[in-house]
Write a protein that binds this ligand. Structure first.
Ligand code: PLP
Length: 472
C-alpha cells in the first residue's frame, strides 16, 4: 500500500465508521450467528501471496461485521457500557497512525506530559484531593493487580519480588462478596492465592462489608500469625452495584496500617456529578482508586485511570530500571511504564483530552444525569407492571428485576428463558445475574447515544417477550 492508497483506505474506513454509527439503531444489538459460523468462513491457513485490499475490506464487511455485537448501539443495556464517543475514535485514528511506544518520557514526551495533565483533570473532575497522582492503565484488572502487588510487597517488607513467597507470612487481603472477578485474578496472579482472599459478607441495601466483621477478620488473622496486607473496596459492583462504606473501611485500615484499593471501574464516571459522591465518601483516605473512562464516560477502550496517593510504593513495586531504560538528565521526569505491569504503552491520553474538551464536564454530567434519571423511570415503570418485581433498586443507572407471573414453578428457568428471548428479539440486549442465589435480569442505562425513546423501546421489548413467554 503506498501513501496515496493508505490515505484513500483511511478515508474509506472513516466513512465506513460514520455510516456504521449512523445506522446502528436499525440493527439488532446482537448478531444471530450460531457458534462457529464466522470461523467457518475464514481460511484455515494463512495466504502465501499478498491479496488486494479490496478483497480484504469486502470480507471485513461480509464476514466480520455480521458477527459483531454492537456495543455502541443505543439500546445496549447489558453488562456495563463501553462507550466510544466519536471524538475519542478520531483520537484513536491519529494514535494508531503515529503508533508510538509511550513507555518512557523520552519515547514520547507529549504522551507523558499530556497523560499527567489529563489524569489531573480527571482528578479534579471527580473531586479527589490534590495529593492523588495517577496513571492510565490498560484495564481496571491491571490496576487492581498493581495495587495487590503493592499490598503484598508492603506487607512482606518489600521482599516478595526478590525472594518469592515461600517461607513468608501469608499476606491476607479483605474484600466483600460483591467484588469483580478481576480481584480474584489479581489475587491468583500475585501469588497471594485465593485462600488468602478473605470475603467479608455484604449487608444492607448496597451489600457493603460490615466494618465490625472486617475488623474481627483482621484481628483473627493476626492472632493466627498471618499478615493482613490490604483491603479492596467496591463502589458499584458489577452484579448489582454493590458498594462498600469507604470511610468505614479506611478507618479500619488505618488501625492496622493496611493499604486500601477502591474499585470504582464503572461507577467512578458518575463522580463527576457532585450529587453522587456520597457513594464513595471517604475515598480521599484510600491509597489507590481505579475507574474506567472507557466504560460510561466515553473514552474508547482501553483507558483505565489508577489514582494513587503515594506513587513511590507503586514504583518501588513495579519499576525495574535496567540500564538501557534509564532516562538521564532532567529531574521530575515520569516514566509511566514504572507505574504499570506491561513495559510497552499505547498513547491513551489523547482520546481523553479530545473527549473532555469536546463535551466539557457539563456535557458529560448531563449525559450521566439523563441515564440515571431514565434508569429510575424504567425501574418504576416495571415495578408498576403486573407480573414484574424489582430485585435490586437502582444504584446510579443499574437495577435488576424479575418476571414473576402466577403459576410458574421454576422462576429461575423462566427468567433465563426470558433474557434469551429478549436478546433474540434484537431490539435490546440485557444480561442476567444472581441475587441471593436467584436469577435476576440486570439493566443499566449508559450508552452514549441512548434516548428516552430507546429506553421506552426496551421496556416494550421486555414486556412483550414476557407476555409471549407466559403464553407458552
Ligand atoms: C468492568 C469492571 C472491572 C474490569 O474492568 P477491565 O477494565 O475490563 O479490567 C472491574 N471492576 C468492576 C467493578 C467493573 O465494572
Amino acid at each position: 500500500m503506498d501513501w496515496d492508497e493508505f490515505a484513500a483506505w483511511s478515508r474509506r474506513a472513516a466513512d465506513w465508521g460514520a455510516d456504521y454509527r449512523r445506522t446502528l439503531r436499525d440493527r439488532p444489538v446482537r448478531p444471530a450467528s450460531p457458534p462457529g459460523a464466522i470461523a467457518a468462513q475464514i481460511a484455515k491457513s494463512p495466504p502465501e501471496a499478498g491479496e488486494g485490499f479490496d478483497a480484504i475490506f469486502a470480507d471485513f464487511e461480509d464476514i466480520i461485521v455480521p458477527g459483531m455485537t454492537h456495543w455502541q448501539h443505543p439500546r445496549f443495556f447489558a453488562y456495563f457500557p463501553a462507550n466510544a464517543a466519536p471524538e475519542s475514535v478520531v483520537a484513536e485514528y491519529l494514535v494508531s497512525a503515529m503508533a508510538a511506544q509511550c513507555m518512557l518520557w523520552q519515547t514520547s514526551p507529549a504522551a507523558t506530559e499530556l497523560e499527567t495533565r489529563v489524569v489531573d483533570w480527571m482528578r479534579q473532575a471527580l473531586g479527589l484531593p490534590e495529593g492523588f497522582q495517577g496513571v492510565i492503565q490498560d484495564s481496571a484488572s491491571s490496576a487492581t493487580l498493581a495495587a495487590v502487588l503493592v499490598m503484598r510487597e508492603r506487607a512482606l517488607a518489600w521482599r516478595g519480588n526478590a525472594e518469592g513467597l515461600s517461607g513468608q507470612p501469608r499476606p491476607r487481603i479483605y474484600a466483600s462478596d460483591q467484588v469483580h472477578t478481576s480481584i480474584d485474578r489479581a489475587i491468583w496472579v500475585s501469588g497471594v492465592g485465593e485462600a488468602n482472599l478473605v470475603r467479608v459478607a455484604g449487608a444492607g441495601p448496597l451489600r457493603g462489608m460490615d466494618a465490625g466483621a472486617l475488623r474481627a477478620a483482621i484481628e483473627a488473622d493476626t492472632a493466627a500469625g498471618h499478615r493482613p496486607a490490604g483491603i479492596i473496596g467496591s463502589v458499584g459492583g458489577t452484579s448489582t452495584g454493590g458498594t462498600d462504606d469507604i470511610a468505614a473501611i479506611c478507618a479500619v485500615a488505618r488501625d492496622f496500617d493496611l493499604y486500601v484499593h477502591v474499585d470504582a471501574a464503572w461507577a467512578g464516571s458518575a463522580m463527576i456529578c457532585p450529587e453522587h459522591r456520597h457513594l464513595w465518601a471517604g475515598v480521599e483516605q484510600a491509597h489507590s482508586v481505579v475507574f474506567n473512562p472507557h466504560k460510561w464516560l466515553g473514552a474508547q477502550f482501553d483507558c483505565s485511570i489508577q489514582f494513587v496517593r503515594d506513587p513511590e510504593t507503586l514504583v518501588r513495586t513495579l519499576a525495574i530500571r535496567p540500564e538501557f531504560l534509564k532516562t538521564h538528565g532532567v529531574d521530575g521526569i515520569i516514566n509511566y511504564s514504572e507505574w504499570s505491569i506491561p513495559l510497552g504503552r499505547r498513547f491513551r491520553a489523547l482520546k481523553l483530552w479530545f473527549l473532555l474538551r469536546a463535551y466539557g464536564l457539563e456535557g458529560l454530567r448531563a449525559m450521566i444525569r439523563r441515564h440515571v434519571g431514565w434508569s429510575g423511570e424504567l425501574a418504576e415503570r416495571l415495578r408498576r407492571t403486573p407480573g414484574f418485581e424489582i430485585v435490586t433498586e437502582p444504584m446510579l443507572s443499574l437495577f435488576s428485576f424479575r418476571h414473576r407471573p402466577g403459576g410458574v414453578a421454576d422462576l429461575d428457568a423462566h427468567n433465563l428463558a426470558l433474557v434469551a428471548a429478549i436478546n433474540a428479539d434484537g431490539r435490546t440486549y440485557l444480561t442476567q445475574t444472581r441475587v441471593d442465589g436467584k436469577v435476576a435480569i440486570r439493566l443499566q442505562v449508559g450508552q452514549f447515544e441512548t434516548t428516552r425513546e430507546d429506553v421506552d423501546i426496551a421496556y416494550r421489548a421486555i414486556v412483550e417477550c414476557a407476555g409471549q413467554a407466559s403464553d407458552r
